[in-house]
Ligand binder design. Structure first.
Ligand SMILES: [Zn+2]
Length: 392
């Protein structure tokens, strides 16, 4: 195991107030970080850095923890370019949305699913994302969902079973029969490969009672709930998330005052906002400012999926969150790193502190503020993933 000191960092985001200037980002100016194997060994002013086996000069760039992208749907086949093009061109599009992806996913081989997943994980990593959750939900049968999760578990630690994405076409006339499948044989087949269970609680998908049944069954099998909540309309999703101790309520676009209060009072349910989705569907953005002012914990994530948000760029989400959702640049960067870690209940990522994983991004900029200040510019200069440098 060799150690490397990364020095001459102009602005370092540690996400540990005690290490830096006392702000939530724990900023250290003119900093250094020592990586030892897969972990961070030391963080502080460059002038005080201990010796290491190797030295990397950051050249006055900014550094931050690798992004923690806590919500994506990367186990899919096919492509929905035509649907996006029609939506953005104001043309009606009658082919079937998620069902199009379900059909293409079912026809994909295991190798094709794995290659596709790997492609997007690598694409995200080159942009600074070093932890990425992903979900099933385009297979919708015990065999298809479990093989997708088996593939996912070979590539990421954060795997979510989402058989309750939409009702499978075979059960169109029997949604309760589908919920029985999702909470019975499908859950049995999928639980060994997953850490989390998720449900799309929305009109046209699963109602509050069905969502409760899905998440409760998952909990009994040792999975921790997360939930697609209040995306397209007001609904029971957020309240259910808080009541069941879900790690995260995702989307949170349409919230009542009671929903905001519940999220603010929750100890361990994060509000995860997914601006790529509203961007790609020309929808109204969630109000991050309202959640933050109430005291809720907010995470940002890409929701990378072929239908409603086909971006893997956390930097893009940071920029949109600042421009459209009332977040400050500091808040958005925190939410894309430490916030994502909170949404995944991880303390070893999303921060640069001794003992954390050596997941570090160098920006071609002197400050993390440039992520919002220079939207669309590829600022990722270098990424260390678990201590290994990655050419970008
Ligand atoms: Zn989603």
């Amino acid at each position: 195991m060799t150690s490397t000191v990364v020095t001459d960092i102009r602005t370092l985001v540690t996400n540990d107030p005690a290490l830096g200037d006392g702000s939530p980002l724990g900023l250290v100016e003119n900093a250094a970080v020592v990586l030892d194997g897969e972990h961070i060994a030391w963080v502080g002013p460059a002038a005080d850095a201990p010796a290491a086996d190797a030295r990397y000069d950051a050249g006055g760039r900014a550094a931050l923890p690798g992004y923690v992208d806590s919500h994506s749907h990367l186990l899919f086949g096919g492509d929905r370019t035509a649907e996006f093009n029609a939506r953005m061109s104001g043309r009606p599009y009658t082919a079937g949305g998620i069902r199009t992806t379900v059909a293409a996913t079912r026809e994909s081989t295991d190798d094709e699913l794995a290659r596709n997943l790997r492609h997007f994980l690598d694409e995200a990593c080159r942009q600074g994302t070093t932890t990425m959750e992903t979900k099933s939900g385009y297979g919708l049968s015990p065999e298809q969902e479990s093989r997708a999760l088996r593939v996912a578990a070979e590539h990421t630690d954060e795997v979510t079973y989402m058989g309750a994405h939409v009702v499978a076409p075979e059960y169109a006339d029997d949604p309760d029969g589908y919920v029985a499948l999702v909470t019975g044989p499908m859950l049995d087949a999928c639980a060994p490969y997953a850490r989390w269970i998720d449900v799309f609680c929305e009109k046209g998908a699963f109602d509050g009672d069905q969502a409760r049944a899905v998440l409760t069954a998952g909990k009994a099998k040792g999975l921790t709930p997360r939930i697609h909540a209040n995306q397209l309309s007001h609904g029971p999703g957020v309240q259910l998330a808080v009541e069941l101790g879900a790690a995260s309520a995702d989307h949170c676009t349409h919230l009542s005052d009671a929903d905001v209060d519940a999220l603010a009072a929750a100890d361990d349910t994060v509000a995860t906002l997914l601006p790529g989705c509203e961007f790609s569907t020309r929808a109204v953005y969630p109000d991050a400012r309202r959640l933050l002012d109430a005291g809720a914990t907010v995470a940002l994530s890409t929701d990378c999926n072929p239908g409603s948000s086909f971006t893997s760029s956390m930097a893009f989400c940071v920029a949109v969150a600042v421009r459209e959702m009332g977040m400050t640049p500091d808040e958005a960067v925190w939410s894309a790193t430490a916030g994502g870690a909170r949404a995944l209940r991880r303390t070893d990522v999303g921060r640069l502190t001794p003992g954390a994983l050596a997941d570090l991004t160098l920006l071609d900029a002197p400050s993390h503020v440039h992520l919002a200040y220079r939207p669309g510019v590829p600022l990722t200069a270098r990424v260390w993933h678990r201590g290994t440098p990655l050419a970008v």
